[in-house]
Every structure is written in structure tokens, then in C-alpha cells.
Design a protein around this ligand. Structure first.
Ligand code: IPD
Ligand code: CA
Ligand code: CA
Ligand code: CA
Length: 267
């Protein structure tokens, strides 16, 4: 993608993300309609939908030939990442949005012919924007993020994992996960994949294991993590698939193989 065009897209996308964030903040003192999707804990609110519609309308009117891959159904049905594709999660961490009114983010990425160009993750309530133009550095607001530390060991790793995987389940050997949880320094789970990737990119978290992430959960996050020298893949080491769900590992390269090889046993 031509640099000038990318800069234009970046400027406009950033403005729309900040505008959408303001709309969400302003909605917080009004009553909220909450519905459920695939199960009683899979929440969606009118603000998830309105925010996605806001982006879809803007993109379709400014860039009619661009495609949209997004969570709430206002995007396109895609069979490939050909052309310019905006990958959007209007609210990542809807459960936090509903229960905590914080700890949620807007995640927006722009890919061109399958290659990540721009990644934006906006922590709406903290007014912190993580942003990257691939190859030009990753930032937290105006501060450039450093390359990930090289001297990390498993014993000093902060691992992001949902505690559900430490109990018996049908996807992964939970006894191995229990061993991993004991081995690392500590575990965390924030309930927003986008903010979890941002935490990896800023080096405050070192490794992230998550089941069933969709492209809109990780499209911006992986660009941030890559930019600071981290790695993201499917948990078996294969590249991410942007057209399906993925079970992923993301994190510092120093601990990727030790975790994947010794502690991950898919069923
Ligand atoms: C969810 C969050 C959560 C992750 C789920 C996602 P949503 O996104 O990122 O952290 O564990 O898999 O679906 O539904 O709040 O946009
Ligand atoms: Ca959702
Ligand atoms: Ca999400
Ligand atoms: Ca969402």
C-alpha cells in the first residue's frame, strides 16, 4: 500500500475510533438494552451494534470499494482478505462494558491483500490509544513501545489465561495447564482480547493463551505485538486464520516454544 494512502487512512481511522469512543462514553449514563447471542453469557448491547454501524456507514461512504470484517453483522461476508479490509470489533469486552463500564476497547485494523497495515486499539474509558503502522513502530498514545525484553524466563512470565482452562474441559489437557500456571510467576485475565494483546505489546504481560478468538479480536493486536518483536500463532504453531475462529498463543518469543511444546496438549 502506498505510504501516502496509508497515512490518510490512518488519520481518518484514528479520528473515527476516537469519535466512536466518545459516543460510547456519552451513552454510559443512559439505560442500556442488553441481549444474548449464542448463550446466556454471550452479551450484545445496542452500543456494540450502533458503534459497528457508525464505522460501517463511514467506511462505505468514504471508501466504497473497501471491505469490512466485523462482529455484529454490519460488515461483509468475506471469502478472502483480498483488497483493503477493515477488521473491526466495535466493543471488545462487552461483558466488562455491561458489568464494569470499563476495561473494554474498540479494535480496528486495516489489512491490504492480507497484509496488516494499521492497527488501533482504544481503551475507551482510560482514553489510551495503542496504534501501529506496520514497520513504523507501535505506540501507546505518544509513547513509542520498546522491543520486548530478551531475558524473560518461564519463571518470570505473567501469563494471560482464563481460569476455566485449568479445570477439566474438552479442548485442552487441563493438568498440563495447571503445571504451567504453577510454573509461571502469575496469571491474569482481563476479559478483553484486544487489551490483552496491548498488554503483551507494552511488555506488562508476557504470554497469552486464548481459545476461540475471531479475527476482529486479534487483527489489530497481532500488529502491535509483531511490531515490538513478539509472536502470535495458532496454538499448534500454524499461522492465524483470518476467516475462522482460532485458538492462539501470543507473546514474547523467548517463552513461546517452551510453553507450546511442553504445556499445550490439545484434545
Ligand atoms: C470477547 C473478549 C474476551 C474473549 C472472548 C471474546 P467480545 O470479545 O475479547 O476476552 O475471551 O473470546 O469473544 O465478545 O467482548 O467482543
Ligand atoms: Ca461479542
Ligand atoms: Ca471481541
Ligand atoms: Ca465485540
Amino acid at each position: 500500500m502506498e505510504k501516502k494512502h496509508r497515512n490518510e487512512l490512518y488519520t481518518i481511522a484514528k479520528q473515527w475510533v476516537l469519535d466512536a469512543g466518545r459516543m460510547i462514553r456519552e451513552s454510559l449514563d443512559k439505560p442500556l438494552t442488553i441481549e444474548t447471542k449464542s448463550n446466556p453469557n454471550d452479551l450484545v448491547t445496542e452500543m456494540d451494534q450502533k458503534t459497528e454501524q457508525f464505522f460501517a456507514k463511514k467506511i462505505k461512504s468514504y471508501f466504497p470499494d473497501h471491505k469490512i470484517l466485523s462482529e455484529e453483522g454490519f460488515g461483509d461476508e468475506l471469502a478472502s482478505l483480498d483488497g483493503t479490509v477493515w477488521i473491526i470489533d466495535p466493543i471488545d469486552g462487552t461483558m466488562n462494558f455491561v458489568h464494569q463500564k470499563r476495561n473494554f476497547a474498540i479494535s480496528l485494523a486495516i489489512y491490504h491483500d492480507g497484509i496488516g497495515q494499521i492497527g488501533l486499539i482504544y481503551n475507551v474509558m482510560e482514553d489510551v490509544l495503542y496504534h501501529v503502522k506496520t514497520g513504523e513502530g507501535a505506540y501507546r498514545n505518544d509513547t513509542k513501545l520498546q522491543l520486548l525484553k530478551e531475558d524473560i524466563t518461564l519463571e518470570r512470565t505473567i501469563l494471560l489465561i482464563n481460569s476455566i482452562w485449568s479445570g477439566e474441559n474438552r479442548r485442552i489437557n487441563h493438568l498440563k495447564i495447571q503445571q504451567l500456571v504453577r510454573k509461571v510467576r502469575g496469571t491474569r485475565s482481563y476479559g478483553s482480547a484486544a487489551l490483552e494483546f496491548a498488554g503483551i505489546a507494552e511488555g506488562s504481560l508476557d504470554a497469552y493463551i486464548s481459545m476461540k478468538l475471531h479475527p476482529w479480536d486479534f487483527a489489530a493486536g497481532v500488529l502491535l505485538v509483531n511490531e515490538v518483536g513478539g509472536t502470535t500463532s495458532q496454538i499448534d504453531g500454524k499461522p492465524l486464520n483470518f476467516l475462522t475462529e482460532n485458538t492462539i498463543f501470543s507473546g514474547n518469543k523467548q517463552v513461546a516454544n517452551p510453553i507450546i511444546d511442553e504445556y499445550i496438549e490439545l484434545k
